[in-house]
Unconditional design. Structure first.
Length: 125
């Protein structure tokens, strides 16, 4: 586990949140306001509602979060964080997609820890 408090990503949905954490760190270092992507009752409630009202696949939730936050991601910072972590320079779209995937996973972890959703992990025994 990466952390024990409610808002610290634990790796419960995906194992690696390094791009998300590095992106947020770089935002802070540059004095950028990246708070719009942080968990809020609004986004968590919307995701919970989607899950409760229909069978939802993870990719659909990623696409939903992309539609909400895609334009809030600073492309240059995201690409720089990705390149620093993985040693290759991705396209802006690739870097943002990976960041949004990690962000969606983080939101789901929080909802599960609060007891609002139960995550089915069919790939795990």
């Amino acid at each position: 586990m990466l952390g024990e408090d409610l808002f610290t990503p634990t790796g419960g949905v995906i194992g690696d949140y390094s791009l998300l954490l590095e992106y947020l760190k770089k935002c802070r270092e540059r004095g950028l306001d990246c708070s719009t992507i942080l968990p809020s009752s609004s986004i968590l409630g919307e995701i919970q509602g989607i899950i409760e009202h229909r069978s939802t696949r993870f990719i659909e939730l990623v696409e939903y979060v992309q539609s909400i936050h895609g334009e809030n991601i600073n492309c240059d910072v995201c690409v720089e964080a990705f390149q620093q972590l993985y040693g290759v320079k991705p396209s802006c779209e690739e870097a943002i997609k990976m960041l949004i995937t990690q962000l969606t996973s983080w939101y789901l972890e929080i909802l599960e820890r609060l007891g609002y959703v139960k995550i089915k992990q069919a790939w795990r025994p």
